[in-house]
Design a protein around this ligand. Structure first.
Ligand code: IMP
Ligand code: MG
Length: 176
């Protein structure tokens, strides 16, 4: 494929401001508690790194890596844990951090799995949300930006593992 055309959707200054607002809200909501942030690899690593440095509550981090299976680009909804958490979440205040919610299949399954481990609380913070694309109902507790049904890259988000390093969120054209 030739180099895809890119158009900036959210420049880094806008992202920085919004991440600060999210961190402020989360810090208010979890005042007096200790948080365990669970990042979903690979996409959430930049967002989580920025978010955690703006939080005003003590926190620890852990990560999961998931894979969804299906035929071609159509997800079957089956989500497998490729790398599980390394810490116990029982009795802890857990906040899942994700780059983007699309069909909702990944997060609804992960929430189901983590709930069975009896955390004191379990919420979700997503940097981006494409609500129009849902195949299962799912609403995150904290969302950076709601976006239309366009494919975006940068700030941790990839297209075939490329473009994660871009500091701005960009729409890429000419892909399915
Ligand atoms: P879903 O909500 O289960 O469909 O899956 C969300 C996952 O799909 C995200 O964690 C991303 O890895 C990927 N994804 C969905 N939309 C985009 C996009 O526009 N850019 C990059 N990755 C995306
Ligand atoms: Mg992802």
């Amino acid at each position: 494929m030739a180099e895809a055309k890119r158009e900036i959707l959210f420049p880094k200054e806008v992202i920085e401001r919004r991440v600060g607002e999210l961190a402020e809200q989360i810090s208010i909501d979890y005042k007096g508690k200790e948080l365990l942030l669970v990042g979903i690899l690979n996409g959430a690593f930049i967002f989580m790194a920025d978010l955690i440095r703006r939080l005003d509550v003590p926190c620890c981090v852990d990560f999961v890596r998931l894979a969804s299976y299906g035929s071609g680009s159509v997800s079957s909804g089956e989500v497998r844990i490729m790398k599980d958490l390394e810490t116990s979440i029982a009795g802890r205040d857990v906040l899942i951090v994700e780059d983007i919610i699309d069909t909702g299949l990944t997060l609804s399954r992960l929430v189901e799995v983590l709930r069975e481990r009896r955390p004191a609380s379990l919420r979700v913070c997503a940097f981006l949300d494409k609500t129009d694309r849902r195949r299962v109902p799912f609403a995150a507790d904290y969302v950076g930006f709601f976006i239309p049904d366009r494919f975006v890259v940068g700030y941790g988000l990839d297209y075939n593992e490329k473009f994660r390093f871009l500091p701005d969120v960009c729409v890429i054209e000419d892909i399915a």
